[in-house]
Design a protein around this ligand. Structure first.
Ligand code: SF4
Length: 218
């Protein structure tokens, strides 16, 4: 807060409107078209996003990276892959020299790529009929970590299975089962799946044990 103006609210509003501008355009009623993003994340979350959506709270501009790249002139066109009467729609961030490229934000340097990104990248390789792809993680202080992937059929079959499951559950109007993961703590449906979030008081364990502040070695 500076003076009378609440800059946090202004920034949140800006992030939320840019986020809406960049988010995938999913028609909730068209259940015969399933978007790749919907099946690499928790299916229950994707189901609620279509049936009873709650807006997500965005934390920073870094999160918008991928959506921004897709909208720019180097961004690639979305493509569809037919699975019987269902269309799986995916969009990579870029294709350079026949290599599929994804860009994702990261908190720090990663040892391994995030599982959802590996599923997404691999599925893009099948949708665009390419053999190699990379995912580039970029941190807030502009450090990059890159991982490469050669396409894998088994992994794509898992994505196809999830497409069918989501399509069926949307048809039957049945919420998918919980898929507990690290994604839950950031998910806007946490309270629907688990319990009300409580704001607990911060406790300094060091002080409680009479050790002074943590990190104070004196
Ligand atoms: S809280 Fe977890 S299980 Fe529930 S919808 Fe969100 S990601 Fe899925």
């Amino acid at each position: 807060m500076m003076g009378d103006r609440d800059f946090r609210t202004t920034i949140q509003t800006a992030l939320s409107s840019i986020g809406k501008e960049l988010q995938l355009d999913i028609d909730p009623k068209n259940i015969q078209t399933i978007h790749l993003q919907e099946v690499v994340q928790c299916l229950r979350r994707s189901y609620f996003d279509r049936i009873d959506p709650v807006e997500i709270e965005r934390r920073g501009f870094n999160e918008l990276l991928s959506g921004l790249l897709r909208k720019l002139e180097y961004g690639s066109e979305s493509k569809e892959f037919e699975i019987d009467d269902i269309k799986l729609k995916g969009q990579t961030d870029m294709i350079v020299d026949d290599v599929i490229m994804l860009f994702r934000p990261a908190q720090g340097e990663l040892e391994n790529p995030i599982a959802n990104d590996v599923l997404y990248l691999n599925a893009c390789l099948w949708i665009y009929d390419k053999t190699e792809g990379i995912v580039v993680y970029i941190t807030g202080d502009r450090k990059e970590t890159t991982f490469s992937l050669t396409r894998n059929k088994k992994m794509f079959e898992e994505v196809i299975r999830r497409v069918r499951v989501l399509n069926n559950l949307l048809k039957e109007q049945k919420a998918p089962i919980l898929e507990p993961s690290v994604e839950c703590s950031e998910c806007q449906y946490y309270e629907k799946c688990f319990m009300k979030k409580k704001n607990s008081k911060h406790v300094d364990i060091g002080e409680m044990l009479g050790m002074g502040k943590f990190g104070n070695k004196g």
